[in-house]
Design a protein around this ligand. Structure first.
Ligand SMILES: Nc1nc2c(ncn2[C@@H]2O[C@H](COP(=O)(O)OP(=O)(O)OP(=O)(O)O)[C@@H](O)[C@H]2O)c(=O)[nH]1
Ligand SMILES: [Mg+2]
Length: 452
């Protein structure tokens, strides 16, 4: 059994959603659980007024970090009964005083509480990702852990979950801490020579252990850089383009693979114009099937735009399924690799290609799914998913690596060598969010949801 499950579409996010810097003296409140109505809703509070809010809700004398059943009142009116957790600073998610109100997941209860609480002095509704931003600013999470948390919330497959949990738990942070330690030791050796270069107990030659440690670090960075591609496929999914001429059966194959009537199919060539993505869970790995317009010259401006987008999707894909049908004239296939030729409509007659399928009868669909599952496992790797997966990871690792390359060429000059090692450390610190964070922060926190 392939465990193939079509996944629901990801939440759409406003691209221009922007985080507003506000003084951290505000106490923030938000609904942290999902859509209402629901069995239980969790309202989260963080900031110095948290305890005052609890008192105003007539909740008193809570034992920290224990759930207590309480009646919640606003201005003497009973709003609901719920389980309340009080987590005083600094041992809380944000590092500030925090509370969580587990109430009934009723839109009216949640509205009454949010309105009542947000109107209290020093209180306001939280921005997207603001709880996590405070955790970051208070040193509870570094940037790679914040990203891990965002990935975990978005995770749809088992491998995505494993990857995100490891990153959130500081897997990458620990690796980076080890690398920085090596760099600091090597720099200390070199800087000692700079400081005491006229003293006899500092030898002229750098100890061999230093260059060996830098060499070892360089090969570890190279391995990490090499794994970013696999990490990306785990995190974002393997993109499989269904491409070919109009009427080749692309949309029919999408529907057959997804076992769902998602895309419009007609006998009119040029039916599909927009790009349509369908996410599948194949053996615990995310695979994104991409249906698109058939490639041809056309007078229609809308279809021509569809063809342009299709070409862009083919270029971006991790795998192209090039569809050829017995009743459609063949066209030149793209040079892009890897590419599998899939003969469609096998019920009409013999077809060419590595795979023969019929969306009509279902023949060959299971074999193709099996091959896609195996390919996804190969592309994403079968062991523990790589911790590195983002452009930001790649940029930082490459920048550290090239600083080490410069170190090797300038090793004879202590001042230059030390500076290159310092640059390598800075690149890694940037990855943790210790320096130069402003550009990444707004984008990152805004991508988290409200209440997170
Ligand atoms: N007999 C048979 N017909 C098929 C099969 N797959 C698709 N067709 C037919 O081929 C025609 C085109 O199918 P589509 O899936 O819309 O093809 P497409 O490649 O998405 O076409 P465009 O969106 O126009 O580029 C439709 O009439 C389908 O019913 C098949 O396996 N067997
Ligand atoms: Mg189509």
């Amino acid at each position: 059994m392939l465990g193939m499950v079509p996944l629901p579409r990801k939440r759409e996010r406003a691209p221009d959603c922007h985080f507003i810097m506000t003084p951290d003296t505000d106490t923030i409140v938000a609904l942290s659980s999902g859509a209402l109505p629901s069995g239980v809703a969790v309202i989260r509070l963080s900031g110095p007024q948290t305890n005052t809010v609890l008192e105003r809700l007539s909740i008193r004398a809570l034992e920290p970090r224990r759930l207590t059943l309480c009646v919640l009142r606003l201005d003497g009116r009973v709003i609901d009964t719920g389980l309340i957790a009080w987590m005083p600073a600094p041992n809380s998610f944000t590092g500030e005083d925090c509370a969580e109100l587990q109430v009934h997941g009723s839109p009216a209860v949640v509205r009454a509480l949010l309105r009542g609480i947000a109107a209290m002095p020093g209180l306001r509704l939280a921005e997207a990702g603001e709880f996590t931003r405070r955790a970051f600013l208070n040193g509870k999470l570094d940037l790679t852990e914040v990203e891990g948390l965002g990935d975990l919330i978005d995770a749809e497959t088992e491998t995505q979950r494993q990857q995100a949990v490891a990153r959130l738990a500081g897997g990458l942070s620990q690796q980076i801490a080890g690398w920085r330690e090596t760099l600091l030791d090597a720099r200390a050796e070199i800087e000692a020579r700079l400081d005491f270069s006229d003293e006899s107990d500092v030898s002229a030659e750098l100890p061999a252990a230093v260059s060996m440690a830098v060499e070892q670090l360089s090969s570890e960075l190279a391995r990490a850089i090499e794994s970013v591609g696999r990490g990306r496929i785990v995190r974002e999914g393997l993109r499989v383009a269904l491409a070919g001429p109009p009427n080749a059966g692309k949309s029919s194959l999408l529907n057959a693979l997804a076992k769902s009537d998602l895309a419009i199919v007609t006998d009119e060539p040029g039916t599909t114009r927009d790009v349509r993505e369908v996410a599948l869970d194949l053996g615990g790995r995310l695979v994104i099937l991409v249906d698109m317009a058939g490639l041809r010259e056309t007078e229609s401006r809308a279809e021509a735009e569809g063809v342009r987008r299709a070409e862009a999707e083919i270029a971006r894909a991790d795998l192209v399924l090039w569809l050829v049908a017995p009743d459609v004239a063949p066209i030149e296939r793209p040079l892009q690799l890897p590419l599998w030729t899939v003969g469609t409509k096998s019920d009409l007659g013999p077809v060419a290609g590595e795979y023969a399928i019929s969306a009509k009868t279902g023949a060959g669909i299971g074999d193709l799914l099996g091959a896609l599952t195996a390919f996804a496992e190969l592309a994403a790797g079968s062991g523990t998913p790589p911790l590195v997966s983002r452009e930001r990871d790649l940029a930082a690792l490459q920048s550290a690596q090239s600083a080490l390359d410069r170190y090797v060429s300038d090793a004879a000059t202590d001042e230059l060598a030390a500076e290159h090692l310092r640059q390598a450390s800075l690149a890694l610190e940037r990855l943790l969010g210790r320096i130069d964070t402003e550009q990444v922060l707004d984008r990152l926190f805004a991508s988290l949801c409200i209440g997170k």
